[in-house]
Design a protein around this ligand. Structure first.
Ligand SMILES: [Fe+2]
Length: 422
C-alpha cells in the first residue's frame, strides 16, 4: 500500500463500487438482448453500450493506470467504447452505436466481470487515495449512465409501435390533487454557492464562491401536466411572441405541438411513461416532463413568470435533506408533490428543473487533469443548467451543488419546469 488509507474508507468505496455495478445490471433485467441493441435517436445509446462503456471507464482510467501488468480484456475496446475523450483515443461516431452487434452481449458481460474482478483486487492490494477517488468518480459516472439507460430505453420503447411497458406496476398509480401553486419568498443577499462539503463532487461544482442575489420567489412545486395543457390549449405552440428565436426555429423544424411523449387522438391527449401510456387526466397533477428549455422558457413567459437561475435554486436547496421521488423510490415517473405547508417541494427528484443559467465554469474553475479534464469542462458552450435530479436519478448521486446540463432543444430527459418570480 503506497499511502495509508483507513480500511473503513477502503471498504466503503469497495461497497459503493459493488452496489453501483449491481444496480446497472438490475436495470437491465427487464430488457431483452434485442431491447439492449436499440438506439432510437442520435442522442441516445443502446443499453448494451452503456453496460460496456461504464466498464470501459474503470478499465481505462483506473486499471490500465494503477494496476501493474494489467492486460486489456480486448485491444479494441479502449477506442470502441470511448465516448468523447479525444485525448484518450479515437472513438466511433455516436450515432453508429446501434451497429455494434459485435461484440455480442455475452462478451460485453464477460468484459464487465473481468473489470469487476480486477478492480476488486486493486482495491484490496493498492487502495491509494487517487485510486479511491477515481473509483468514486467511476461510480458517479456509472450513476449518470444509469439515468441515461432509463431515458434511452424510454425513447426506444416510445419509438416501438407496440409501446412496450418497462415497469408493469398498475397498483402504483397515484391519486390526489396537486397543491395550489404558491410562491415562497427568499431574501437573497450575499450567499455562498458551489460544493462546500466533504466527499465527492464534480469539478464543475467548484470553486465555492460568493454571489449576490436579489430577493426572489420560487414556486412551491413543479408545473403540472394540467397547467401545461392550458398553455397548449391557449395556443402556446402557435404564438411566436412567447418563444426565443431559436425556440421558434425548433418548433418549426420539429413541428412540436406538445411535450415529447404526449400524443393526441380522438379521446384527447395521452402521455407515454416507463409504466405505460396514460390519459393526461390520469396524470394531470403530476409534473410535466420531457420538455426542452425552449418550452420551459415559453411556458414561464406565458404564465407571466420566469425560470429561476441555477444559483437561486441552489441557495433554496442547500441544507435541505435529499429525498423524494428519485430512482430509489422505484416509481420511475414524475408524480404529484406531497404537501409540505409553506415549503418548496420537489426540489429533489421527479424532474430535472431547467434554469435560466447558461452552463459556464464558475470563477476560478479548474478541470481535472489529463483526459478526465474532458468530462465536464469542454461542454461549457451552448448548454443550459438543470438542477435537482429526476425520478431516474440515484439518490446517492444528487446534491444541492449538482449541475446537470443539456442543449436547450433537448427533450428526452426527465426535464420539467419550476417557475420563479420577481
Ligand atoms: Fe460516459
Amino acid at each position: 500500500m503506497s499511502t495509508t488509507v483507513s480500511s473503513k474508507v477502503q471498504s466503503d468505496v469497495a461497497e459503493r463500487f459493488r452496489s453501483v455495478r449491481q444496480r446497472t445490471m438490475e436495470l437491465c433485467k427487464r430488457l431483452t438482448p434485442e431491447d439492449m441493441m436499440v438506439q432510437s435517436c442520435p442522442e441516445a445509446s443502446p443499453a448494451k453500450w452503456h453496460v460496456a462503456h461504464t466498464a470501459w471507464f474503470f478499465e481505462s482510467f483506473i486499471l490500465n493506470v494503477f494496476q501493474p501488468g494489467y492486460r486489456l480484456f480486448n485491444e479494441d475496446f479502449p477506442w470502441l467504447f470511448n465516448s468523447y475523450y479525444r485525448s484518450f483515443a479515437e472513438f466511433p461516431e455516436k450515432k453508429l452505436r446501434a451497429s455494434f452487434s459485435r461484440p455480442g452481449l455475452d462478451e460485453v458481460l464477460r468484459y464487465r466481470c473481468y473489470v469487476d474482478e480486477h478492480l476488486e483486487r486493486l482495491l484490496e492490494e493498492n487502495p491509494e487515495p487517487e485510486v479511491l477517488s477515481r473509483v468514486e468518480l467511476g461510480a458517479n459516472h456509472e450513476e449518470q449512465h444509469q439515468e441515461l439507460l432509463l431515458t434511452d430505453v424510454m425513447h426506444a420503447f416510445y419509438t416501438n409501435p407496440l409501446r412496450p411497458i418497462y415497469l408493469e406496476d398498475a397498483d402504483r398509480d397515484q391519486a390526489g390533487v396537486a397543491e395550489p401553486l404558491r410562491f415562497v419568498e427568499f431574501a437573497g443577499g450575499l450567499k455562498e454557492v458551489g460544493f462546500g462539503g466533504g466527499g465527492f463532487c464534480y469539478d464543475n461544482e467548484l470553486p465555492r464562491h460568493r454571489v449576490w442575489l436579489g430577493p426572489y420567489a420560487l414556486a412551491n412545486r413543479l408545473v403540472t401536466n394540467r397547467e401545461y395543457g392550458e398553455f397548449i390549449a391557449d395556443g402556446g405552440y402557435r404564438r411566436s411572441e412567447l418563444w426565443l428565436s431559436s425556440g421558434w426555429d425548433a418548433i418549426e423544424q420539429n413541428r412540436w405541438k406538445a411535450p415529447l411523449y404526449w400524443n393526441e387522438n380522438e379521446s384527447g391527449w395521452r402521455i407515454f411513461t416507463l409504466r405505460g401510456e396514460r390519459r393526461v387526466e390520469e396524470l394531470k397533477d403530476a409534473p410535466v416532463s420531457q420538455v426542452s428549455y425552449f418550452e420551459a422558457d415559453a411556458y414561464a413567459r406565458w404564465a407571466g413568470k420566469r425560470l429561476p437561475t441555477e444559483l437561486e435554486w441552489e441557495v433554496a436547496a442547500e441544507g435541505r435533506a435529499v429525498g423524494g421521488n428519485l430512482m430509489d423510490s422505484g416509481r420511475l415517473r414524475p408524480e404529484r408533490a406531497e404537501a409540505r405547508g409553506e415549503q418548496v417541494t420537489q426540489l429533489w427528484g421527479d424532474c430535472w428543473e431547467w434554469t435560466a443559467s447558461a452552463y459556464l465554469g464558475y470563477p476560478g474553475f479548474e478541470p481535472l487533469t489529463g483526459s478526465l479534464g474532458e468530462y465536464n469542462g469542454k461542454f461549457m458552450s451552448g448548454q443550459m443548467v438543470l438542477r435537482g435530479g429526476s425520478c431516474a436519478t440515484p439518490r446517492a448521486h444528487i446534491r444541492a451543488s449538482y449541475r446537470n446540463f443539456f442543449p436547450p432543444e433537448t427533450r428526452w430527459q426527465f426535464s420539467g419546469i419550476r417557475l420563479a418570480d420577481k
